[in-house]
Design a protein. Structure first.
Length: 85
């Protein structure tokens, strides 16, 4: 993945756009990743993946087993009590 500062993107948008057609460009602000510039085709591909629905009867026993054994990492666990009203 290419990386460019927001200032570089402003100065060289054409180059960043051309790069994004081949690979995502991570735009940083104050040294931290802020946004990503993607080709439209890649964005559409990702949207299709996001909406894909799998039926359990289409999965192998091994795939179902991995899903059952999967655990949420401790740093991402929460309970509904943790969410403010």
């Amino acid at each position: 993945m290419a990386i460019a500062s927001s200032a570089d993107v402003q100065k060289n948008f054409g180059h960043c756009k051309d790069t994004a057609l081949a690979e995502p460009v991570v735009v940083t602000q104050y040294g931290k990743p802020s946004v990503v510039i993607l080709a439209v085709t890649e964005c559409e591909r990702l949207k299709k993946l996001d909406r894909r629905i799998l039926r359990l009867d289409h999965l192998s026993d091994a795939e179902v087993g991995r899903m059952i054994e999967a655990r949420i990492p401790a740093e991402h666990q929460y309970s509904l009590a943790d969410i403010p009203d």
